[in-house]
Design a binder for this molecule. Structure first.
Ligand SMILES: *Cc1c(COP(=O)(O)O)cnc(C)c1O
Length: 423
């Protein structure tokens, strides 16, 4: 893949050859006031809206108008089993079996619910390992779980850190933590793709290391779902959770996804917080029944889900289903490799990519570290309608998304970057 070339002709040629190029037309691309498309590189933060989303939501609004409560059974897509219409495509995207996946709640809520089941500390085995650069919500979630169980949040939290002078995590260092303190560790909760550096960790290896010390292993896939192919079932991790508004394009604040490995699917002894949606669907409406928890991920549901948000997720997952993660990932590796190539060719020491250069250790995002944490570079990009995001202390995150970004987008972005850097 190192045969990338400079120049606009090359970018145009790649777009012409791109079997997924037409999918860009299936999304609303924000435009400037002259009608030119923005260069949108923040699908890792909020994915763009598929054009069919409106139709999917309208269907549910119409069915609600036409049927009222009867829509639970009479709607075109009956609301009662609506979440089931999402399960298979969602499971495919993260490499899971349908029994292992459900769409429900939001990410941080799901992390807490999963920790209710999979963080069962004892007096001596209670510590939690996270990445030192974990997303704040994940950090707050584990800190408050520790406190909830009566532990000191500082003492109970172990950070897996990059070595001094480095930006990325090394699996050997997790191994060392587990060798030295494994007997005290109850849970590893790790971001599968780090939100800051874009590093994609080896989930299978993490699961093996954790399980060798009898720790539960959970993965936050917020930056993984719809971006990389995590093969969750095969990885052996105990649980995972993610949101669907980033790479999965389901709209701001939309519901999250949850994975519980099949090995836990039939364990009714697991502690959990339940609601009526955890209960056996065949007797749910008999009411007045003792809790009969459903097997698999569905047994972690609490409430009947918000159908309008579900409809937006269905619109997006149907698109994913029609393309497949394999094709998306193939384009993604090419597109991000091209982006990396062009940035390297700038040969400018004001910026540096901290994301791993090995395509197997990253998704589509490149994190560009800016010398002296000079935020002006990001501001000027934004003024030019090149949408990236600035993450403190000194990184611009850019995610060329294979669904709707083109090689030409990347080319134009780097041309502008060059222009700004040379100003
Ligand atoms: C985006 C993101 C979140 C956001 O959590 P919500 O509960 O959906 O608000 C949490 N953790 C990580 C790692 C994220 O990337």
């Amino acid at each position: 893949m190192s045969n990338y070339k400079l120049g606009l002709d090359y970018a145009n040629e790649q777009d012409q050859k791109d079997p997924l190029a037409q999918y860009r037309n299936q999304f609303h691309i924000p435009k400037d006031k002259d009608g030119n498309d923005w260069l949108y590189f923040t699908g890792n933060s909020l994915g763009l809206q598929p054009k069919n989303t409106q139709k999917y939501i309208q269907q549910e609004l119409d069915d609600w108008a036409n049927f009222g409560v009867e829509g639970h059974f009479e709607a075109k897509n009956p609301w009662m089993p609506y979440h089931e219409f999402l399960t298979e495509s969602m499971a495919k995207i993260v490499g899971a079996k349908p029994i292992e996946v459900v769409i429900m709640n939001t990410l941080t809520t799901n992390l807490h619910l999963l920790m209710v089941s999979f963080y069962q500390p004892t007096k001596t085995k209670y510590k939690i390992v996270i990445e030192s650069d974990a997303f704040p919500s994940d950090r707050y979630a584990v800190q408050t779980q520790l406190e909830f169980h009566g532990f000191d949040a500082n003492e109970g939290l172990i950070e897996w850190k990059p070595r001094p002078g480095e930006d990325l995590l090394r699996i050997e260092d997790l191994e060392t933590i587990l060798e030295e303190q494994g007997d005290e560790i109850a849970l590893l909760l790790i971001g599968g793709v780090n939100y800051y550096t874009g590093q994609y960790l080896d989930l299978k290896k993490i699961a093996e290391l954790g399980h060798a010390k009898n720790c539960m292993v959970g993965i936050d896939l917020a930056h993984g779902a719809g971006n990389i192919t995590p093969e969750l079932h095969h990885s052996g991790v105990d649980f995972a959770a993610w949101c669907t508004y980033k790479y999965l394009n389901s709209g701001p604040g939309s519901l999250g996804g949850l994975f519980v490995h099949e090995k836990h699917a039939y364990n009714k002894d697991l502690k959990r917080f339940a609601g009526w949606w955890s209960h056996n669907k065949s007797t749910r409406f008999n009411m007045r029944q003792p809790l009969d928890v459903m097997p698999g991920a569905e047994g972690w549901q609490l409430s009947n889900p918000p159908i309008l948000s579900m409809a937006a997720i269905k619109a997006s997952l149907d698109l994913f289903n029609s393309v497949g993660m394999e094709a998306l990932r193939l384009k993604s590796e090419k597109l991000t490799g091209y982006f990396e190539f062009l940035i390297h060719e700038l040969n400018n020491d004001q910026i540096q990519i901290i994301t791993p250069s090995n395509p197997k250790e990253r998704g589509c995002q490149l994190s560009i570290q800016v010398k002296n944490a000079d935020k002006r570079l990001h501001q000027k990009l934004t003024e030019a309608h090149i949408i990236t995001d600035w993450r403190e202390p000194d990184v611009i995150r850019c995610a060329p998304v294979p669904f709707y970004n083109s090689f030409k987008d990347v080319y134009k972005m780097v041309e502008k970057l060059k222009f700004i850097l040379n100003e």
